[in-house]
Design a protein around this ligand. Structure first.
Ligand SMILES: [Zn+2]
Length: 75
């Protein structure tokens, strides 16, 4: 699973609306990807505001800067 896909799934994940198979794949990614785990933690903390923002279609510029950020974190 790619980081971008993982982040897109956070809304469903935190809502508990995800099917168990996807939850397993997401958690597998999170266990192996600290930046995404950190992002999920801050996502949970910021709560509704961030959730609404993620429910909107994320602008491609935001997506690319986010994935750039994640790549930097991984290095
Ligand atoms: Zn990731």
């Amino acid at each position: 699973m790619h980081c971008e896909k993982c982040i897109e799934l956070f809304v469903e994940y935190t809502d508990g609306e995800m099917d168990p198979e996807q939850v397993a794949r997401l958690e597998e990614h999170l266990s192996d990807c600290p930046p995404c785990l950190d992002f999920l933690k801050s996502y949970k903390k910021t709560g509704p505001v961030c959730k609404e923002a993620l429910k909107q279609e994320m602008p491609s510029s935001m997506k690319s800067s986010l994935s750039q950020f994640l790549r930097d974190e991984l290095q």
